[in-house]
Design a protein around this ligand. Structure first.
Ligand code: GLN
Length: 425
């Protein structure tokens, strides 16, 4: 059995009733991970730990099990989310041997809800990338065709769910890193609204954009996992405390009440025919169900990529200053002076994409350029955000392609960072 068909709720029900044991689910998950290892979705698999935890859950009384919405369910976690006592590498040489002493809030929340963390998943180094090729542990491969990318940076989590190794996983999304790999692997993913989910224990990339979110095979499971990880959290001051309430009746609402906007700009130049046709087909199907569509405009969308790459590199350069060979992880050996130790640690510990972003970010934040780049980008971000506010005055949701093309071949864009960035639109 692979986890493609049953929803989490159904699996949990079977565990409550005794029809299934968590140990069976976890063993299935571990077997599937072994069978699908060519996708390189995992950076570590917690075989012993997860079987022990599953056995503990199986020993609970029926009543105790009934209070756990994720009772005995195996879940995978992106390897930039801290797990106490378990390596959290960010797929970087810099953190290859880093073992956090605490759990991220989302990990505590999952475990409190009865989930079994089965392993950590592959990503682009420090979540910087769109393909999960730029990992210290080698590229993740698309389960549908291993010669193609999974998308990124949460490619390992998306592949693990698409492979049927786990029914749900966590990813993080700064500028598409949940949505795009989920699209390329054919599973569901959600970037929650900023502030909905605590970032405590998420290794920071660009703090004003990073969010943790769920990946699963269906919308109900996404809702269920979101309701658990969006718990209030005093340790992240940007966490709104506005917990999503999982209410089954939400899924029974008549779709006819929805008005959906089609942003003109998303369907213009640069969109591949394959993606355009898939979108048109879907829109037609939804129209048949009675959903109303209306055209909307996001005139500043054109600036989104450049704005994003100014903001995210600036914040990355600041966030990654902490990796100096003293506080965390890797330290270069045989450095002559303190300065050499810092420089050598960063030279050897970071890969080329991370270095590129630190340099770009340091440049846009430097004295004399701050106003011209970072501040300007922050203002343009407000304009882009206002475009969405305006669109939402005439519709409840907008529909768009996730990415301009389907998954591309591994190696196709690796040597051309600009082409890779442009796929993020
Ligand atoms: N592709 C984007 C980037 O490289 C997305 C990263 C992310 O969302 N973590 O920055």
């Amino acid at each position: 059995m692979r986890f493609h068909k049953d929803s989490i709720e159904t699996l949990a029900q079977k565990i409550y009733s005794g029809e299934l044991r968590s140990t069976d689910l976890v063993s299935t998950s571990l077997d599937t991970i072994k069978q699908t290892s060519k996708t390189n979705a995992f950076t570590s698999v917690l075989e012993e730990r997860s079987l022990e935890r599953a056995a503990q859950i199986d020993h609970l009384t029926m009543k105790e099990k009934g209070t756990l919405p994720l009772c005995g369910i195996p879940v995978a976690v992106k390897d930039n989310i801290c797990t106490s006592g378990i390596p959290t590498t960010c797929a970087s040489k810099m953190l290859e041997n880093f073992v956090p002493p605490y759990n991220a809030t989302v990990v505590d929340a999952l475990e409190k809800a009865g989930a079994v963390i089965i392993g950590k998943t592959n990503l682009d180094e420090f979540a910087m990338g769109s393909s999960t090729e730029i990992s210290h542990f080698g590229p993740a491969r698309n389960p549908h065709n291993p010669n193609y990318i999974t998308g990124g940076s949460s490619g390992g989590s998306a592949a693990a769910v698409a492979d049927g190794a786990v029914p749900a996983a966590l990813g993080s999304d700064t500028g598409g890193s949940i949505r795009q790999p989920c699209s390329h692997c054919g599973v569901m993913g959600l970037k929650p609204t900023y502030g909905r989910v605590s970032r405590y224990g998420l290794v920071a990339f660009a703090s004003s954009l990073d969010q943790i979110g769920p990946i699963a095979t269906n919308v109900r499971d996404i809702g269920l996992v979101l309701s658990i990880i969006s718990c209030p959290e005093p340790r992240d001051s940007t966490c709104s405390g506005n917990q999503f309430v999982y209410d089954k009746s939400l899924f029974e609402e008549k779709p006819q009440t929805l008005r959906v906007g089609i942003p003109r700009e998303y369907f213009g130049e640069g969109l591949s025919d394959e993606v355009r046709n898939a979108c048109t087909e879907l829109i037609d199907k939804l129209k048949d169900k009675g959903i109303q569509f209306t055209e909307v405009s996001l005139p500043n969308l054109h600036y989104a990529i450049s704005t994003y790459y100014v903001i995210c590199t600036a914040e990355a350069s600041s966030n990654l200053a902490r990796y100096d060979g003293v506080k965390y992880g890797f330290r270069a050996e045989n450095a002559g002076s303190l300065y050499d130790m810092y420089a050598e640690t960063r030279r050897q510990g970071f890969g080329p994409e991370v270095k590129r972003r630190i340099m770009l970010g340091t440049y846009v934040l430097s004295s004399g350029y701050y106003d011209a780049y970072y501040l300007k980008a922050a203002k343009v971000r407000t304009l882009v955000s206002r475009d969405f506010d305006n669109a939402f005055s005439s519709c409840d949701a907008v529909i768009s392609p996730v990415a301009p093309t389907p998954a591309f071949k591994i190696g196709e864009k690796c040597n051309d960072p600009l082409q890779m960035y442009l796929t993020d639109i």
